[in-house]
Design a protein around this ligand. Sequence first.
Ligand code: G2I
Length: 462
Amino acid sequence: MNHRRALRAAVTVAVTGVLAAGMTMALTSTASAGTTLRASAAEKGRYFGAAVATGKLSTSTYVTILNREFNSVVAENEMKWDATEPQQGQFRYTGGDRLVSHAQANGMSVRGHALLWHQQQPGWAQGMSGSALRNAAINHVTQVATHFRGKIHSWDVVNEAFADGGGGGRRDSNLQRTGNDWIEAAFRAARAADPGAKLCYNDYNTDGINAKSTGIYNMVRDFKSRGVPIDCVGFQSHLGTSLAGDYQANLQRFADLGVDVQITELDVMTGGNQATIFGAVTRACMNVSRCTGITVWGVRDCDSWRGSDNALLFDCNGNKKAAYTNVLNALNAGPAIPTTPPPTDPPPTTPPPTDPPPTTPPPGTPDGCSASVSLNSWNGGFVATVKVTAGSAGTNGWNVGVTLASGASVTNTWSATASGSTGTVRFANVDYNGRLGAGQVTEFGFQGTGSGAGITPTCTAS
Ligand code: G2I
């Protein structure tokens, strides 16, 4: 079904209590008897989440349900571009930080939504184009992912970039007009900024094998073949009165590409089939071992952007609906995500070498440090990720110099401090990454305008 865009705010999620065992349990379809969505999902190695409007975290009915039933949250609006960078270069994290705190206090993980999207852009970005917009967008990704670094389970790096209708191609937008590589540039910047977060592409009308989901499938396959960092695909699943027969097969074909899949914004039109569809979607996820979690787009019907559709699991008074029961039963009946079995190989029969460590460094390991760069370039800008490797003596600190092409300049830097922005620019370690043991590696990055061609870093250790 189509998106409806005028809505209401939504929900909150929280949870306390049992985050039980999950991952170590059953490898097969062992039924369990969890009595909350979060406990039942966790027993099967998965999360069950809700979209939250932080304004509702002071509403007690809402928070009670959130904390009891959910172990994952996503901000319905507060981590979007318009909310986090209302003026260019001025970042505001109040709502997002509040949600993260609530999650941490209640044993919930956080999905980040969404770094780049054609909707809900701040006014200043809506009016931009070309390399100015590309640079602003990549800077946005870098800044926001850096701010929340280490706190986000999965980021929707790019949201809704494919067109509806039969073509299976990209949606036109100001971002798309900066060049077809904008999506991969965003994923690379997000990886550099928060290497621990899973990076997802998220979209709607992808609930089955159709032209749009196939367009996305082809992009993911291409990204995997070229090493573009993508870890997961989100299927929003804003559903109507029926569910495509190949819903599960579609999830599975993406999983078979080597990415996780997640149901990210589930809600279902009210009516005779609502509870059945909620149950079927949950079963489909449980049957796909790489389907790692389900998020519903709000807590109670009255919290939903879909207004009178009554599209969620709890009624406006906070009572569980039939759909809730079907979801809970499907979680309890489903298989757990298989855990990776411990290695069964016998331990090596040759003893480890007992020679004393060499006193001279192996050839090719300089005494000081070395640096190498990987570049993510587009027409008009680039992101450089620099790997610093300590030599045989380790480092107390390091300093990396690069000479930029004429016309190029550094616009922002992470995990290092830059001196200068054009010509020869030097990057010094920050306090937490200067001290490296022999052979140890750290990374920093910077974004620039102009061409990144020919950057050859040189490293000096102290
Ligand atoms: O449209 C449903 C969802 C489709 N996928 C991406 C999601 O990010 C999207 O969420 C909705 C929110 O549920 C709405 O709450 O995104 C809408 C914006 O496109 C959100 O609506 C906005 C209203 O348009 C604004 O007028 C309002 O100020 O919510 C804002 C905060 O209540």
